[in-house]
Design a binder for this molecule. Structure first.
Ligand code: MRU
Length: 311
């Protein structure tokens, strides 16, 4: 099993995802600043996993907990898991921070397993599934969200969007599929609609970075286009997420902060001086989502907040 975060001898070891799939190297983080930098630079990424990493980051803060919390929360804005996990560990008092970080990590692993169990029931044996970004062990504290469903389903074939500009699909999801021996084809992001029609895709399943009260869902850029194409082809479109990804404090997707990243990420093949617009996420309106697969079951609308859970 891939372990993207390891707490060892008072340090956080982060598997550097920018080097995958070619090199498996761990970064050693000794301070909250090290962890915040790793999150900003996508060395660790995926909504649940950046929350877990940031929770361990607070355990490295010594007395400067408030400063570390502000720094880590500001590292990436869209995924609600990050701020929620930081606030949760920062509230328990210095001596219990590590215990609480470990608890968030273990809870996430359990939620991934539950998502896989619930979601697999939606997938007919032999199904053809389309997905985007990376939602597996490299994005979570367990076996993943959308990925957990794919992993638990029987005899499926997956079409994975390469997920430009940072290639989380090509570099990370295909790496996980190879390790898990799941049959998969990589597709260019622009090939998604044609693949739905030509390859008779049975369902689309994606992860989420933040889900508003009405079900509007922020996820990796390109997810909205998949939902539109799925609706046009009458294919079910599922969002898989733990309850820690639901943000009941916001009514709808208009209030989800969308991270805009450096133009250079998009401009690798463009002539010098070209400009780019590079939002990392988009918001899929709730009306395009068939159901939410959560650790608590499958819901047509966001489930009610769970008492005693991450927020
Ligand atoms: O920019 P990233 O790689 O952090 O984006 C990750 C995603 O969009 C995932 O789909 C999302 O975090 C949910 S997966 C557990």
């Amino acid at each position: 099993m891939i372990r993207p975060l390891v707490w060892e001898k008072g340090r956080l070891l982060i598997l550097d995802q920018t080097l995958l799939p070619h090199r498996e190297r761990f970064l050693v983080c000794r301070t909250p600043d090290d962890v915040a930098r790793a999150i900003r630079e996508l060395r660790v990424r995926g909504a649940p996993l950046i929350g877990i990493a940031a929770a361990y980051g607070i355990a490295l803060a010594g007395d400067a907990i408030d400063r570390a919390a502000a720094l880590l929360i500001s590292a990436r804005p869209t995924a609600v898991n990050l701020a929620a996990a930081v606030r949760r560990v920062a509230a328990v008092g210095p001596r219990r921070i590590l215990v609480e970080a470990r608890r968030i990590h273990a809870e996430d692993a359990a939620m991934c397993a539950a998502i896989g169990r619930h979601g697999a029931k939606l997938v007919p044996p032999g199904a053809r599934i389309l997905t985007i970004c990376n939602t597996g062990a490299l994005a979570t504290g367990g076996i993943g969200t959308a990925y957990a469903i794919i992993k638990r389903a029987r005899n499926v074939t997956v079409y994975a969007c390469e997920t430009r500009p940072v290639w989380q699909g090509a570099r990370l999801t295909l790496y996980e599929f190879a390790k898990d021996r799941i049959p998969a084809y990589l597709i260019a992001d622009g090939a998604a609609a044609a693949t739905m029609r030509e390859k008779k895709i049975d369902l689309v399943v994606t992860g989420a970075d933040r889900i508003a009260r009405n079900g509007d869902t922020a996820n990796k850029i390109g997810t909205y286009a998949l939902a539109l194409a799925a609706r046009a082809h009458r294919i079910p479109f599922y969002v898989a997420a733990p309850r820690s990804t639901f943000d009941f404090s916001i009514a709808d997707g208009r209030r989800i902060p969308i991270e805009e990243r450096a133009e250079a990420e998009v401009l690798t093949a463009a002539p010098r001086g070209a400009r780019a617009y590079n939002p990392a996420f988009d918001v899929t309106p709730a009306r395009l989502i068939t159901a939410f697969v959560t650790d608590a079951g499958v819901f047509p609308k966001p489930p009610p907040p769970a008492a005693g859970k991450v927020r």
